[in-house]
Design a protein. Sequence first.
Length: 277
Amino acid sequence: MANGSRQAAWEFFGAELKRRREDAGFTQSALGVQVFVSGGYIGQFEQAIRKPQLDVAQRLDEVLQTGGFFERMWRKLIDDRRYADYFASVVELESLATRICEFAPTVIPGLLQTAAYARAVTVAANPFVTEAYVDEKVAARLERARILNDATRPEYWTLLHENVLYIPVGGPSVMAQQLEHVASLMRERQVMMAVLPYDAGAHASMAGDLRLMEFEDAPPTAYTETSFSGTLIDEPAVVARTRRAYDLLRVAALSPEASLALVESAAKDYRRCTSTT
C-alpha cells in the first residue's frame, strides 16, 4: 500500500472511530479510560496523528462493540508480515520520526546493519528456516535503513555498548565490513554515534535495548525490546523515565570522536584477522 493511500486509510480509521465513539455516547476522555489510554490519544487516533497499537484496537472493538472492525483494519494497515506484530508499529513510526535515539547493548541496530550482518543475526536466531525467509528478513531490514538516506531523514543518535564491537557476528570479514559501514555513516554525518565502554560498569539500561522517537506533530514515544517481545510506550511519565535513562547513558559514553576511533580500530583488527586466514 502506497504511503498516500495508507495515510488516507488511517484517516478513515480515525473518522470511523470518532463516529462510533459518538454513537456510543463516549467522550474522548471516557473512551480513553475504558481502553487504558488518555483522552488526548483518542483524539490523535481520530485525527490520524498517531496509530494505535494492536491491543488498543482490540479494546476499542470490545468497548464499542464493533465486531472486530478496528482490529481487522489495523491488521490490514500494518500488513507487513516481515515484522513481528509488536514491531510493525515501530517501523511505521520510524518513517514519521524527526529524531530517533537508540541504545544497543549487544547487536548493531537494525537501521545500521549491513546485509551480511543482518543475515548472520537472522540465521543465528532461526537456524532451521529457508533461505527465502532469511532473504525476506534481510531485505526488510535494509529497506528500513533507507530513511537515513532520505532528504527528510530523522536526526539519528545511537549508543553502542562496547560489547557490540567485539561479538564477532558472522565472523571477522562481516564484522570489519559492518564496523566500517558505521564509521562511514558517522564520518558522513548521517548519524551521531557514541560507545558506552566496559569501564562504565553498570548502566541505566541493563535490561536491554531502548529507543526514543520524536515527531513534529505528536508526543514522543519510547520502545523497549527483549529477544522475543517489544513494548511501545506512549505514557508520558514512562517516556520521560526512558528519556532520563538515555541521558544517563549518554553521560557515561565516550565522546563521538573517541567512539569513532574505537570503532575504526576494531574494524582494522577484524581486517587483520581476515588477511591472516
